[in-house]
Design a protein around this ligand. Sequence first.
Ligand SMILES: [Zn+2]
Length: 202
Amino acid sequence: MLNINYNDLTTTFKSKLKADEILYLLYGLKTVVRQGFYNSEKDNIQKFCQKNDLFISWSDFKIIIQDKDSNFSNKGLKVPLNNQEQGMQFCYISKNERLALLAQLFEKQNKHARLGELLGYPICCIAYFQNSFNDQNTNPEITQIKTGILSLSQRNVDVCLLSHFPCSSDCFESKVIAKERLELLEQIAADREIEVKKILKI
Ligand SMILES: [Zn+2]
């Protein structure tokens, strides 16, 4: 058992979704995590990784959120780091330095499928994303999935079990991933598990 306190994680990462992902990483349910941070947040993240023997690599671009009205946006504009506007820089965190660097490289080269594999997305969902994501559709969320373990609809209140877009409301691979994450939360952060279940109506 690692000496990790869930509340400390949320304080460092300023988001429960991000804290959840770091738990999955620390407990081996994910090999690489990709998250976005503002400049002011980077120091804390960097320190956390150092303390917990995690490697971190940073994108050489930043993302400026496009639809500022929504709490949780998928729309982002890639700009160079020296752009004046406030943007989020991506980082790739892993226990394995090579994988953290590889994820950064795949994103830079727009190799979305390879990146998706590293991030642990199911092959069926990677194919779905590649077929449905484009400039006109930057949010290939299946919005009919309002509740349950595959729902992405509560991300704006920091609740979701997946970090990818499931290919269908019945995607077996995604269900396996969501279930093992819920089990981990139950063991490590019981209050969080209760919250997730309540909000997703599981
Ligand atoms: Zn799938």
